[in-house]
Ligand binder design. Structure first.
Ligand code: CMP
Length: 150
């Protein structure tokens, strides 16, 4: 496995992962392995991070700031959710192998960590509890969206 980031950054990512509730089931070696695979990215207010309808390539974990999730349907824009620190997005297109179901934009300047599709799949494969939580969250979000879009 290649070291993509300096040690200091790696420790910072590990600390960040340790504060995320859905990572609680992971051991420290597992947290470290995941930290190795993450890439840090910043976002600006109003920046489009994910565009509805495009193919999905990355999974995102918010480490600073907030994003909004917006769905365009019949020329209407529906606000589906606000997401903040410790929350994730971009899981649906990767799980279902389907285009992005909504647009995600920066609500304020922030920072996030991304996982490639392959790394996301290997994390889920190795960590059944994380897989369960992400799948369950995706299902809950879909149900909520059906109600909001009705
Ligand atoms: P994906 O479809 O890959 O890209 C858009 C993302 O928005 C989607 O994955 C989810 O991560 C996120 N999303 C969609 N609906 C909701 C919701 N109701 N609450 C939180 N996030 C959502």
């Amino acid at each position: 496995m290649g070291l993509k980031m300096p040690l200091e950054e790696l420790q910072r990512v590990q600390q960040m992962l340790n504060t995320i509730p859905f990572m609680k089931s992971l051991t420290q070696p597992e947290i470290q392995e995941m930290a190795f695979q993450l890439t840090r990215r910043t976002f600006k207010k109003d920046e489009t991070i994910i565009k509805q309808g495009e193919p999905g390539t990355l999974f995102y974990l918010i480490s600073k700031g907030k994003v909004v999730v917006i769905k365009e349907k019949f020329f209407k824009k529906i606000l589906l959710a606000d997401l903040g620190v410790g929350e994730f997005f971009g899981e649906m297109a990767l799980i279902d192998d389907f285009p992005r179901t909504a647009t995600v934009m920066g609500a304020e300047p922030g920072e996030m960590y991304t996982l490639s599709h392959d790394a996301f799949e290997s994390v889920l494969l190795k960590n059944p509890q994380v897989k369960e939580l992400i799948m369950q969250t995706a299902e809950d979000r879909k149900k909520r969206n059906q109600a909001l879009e009705a």
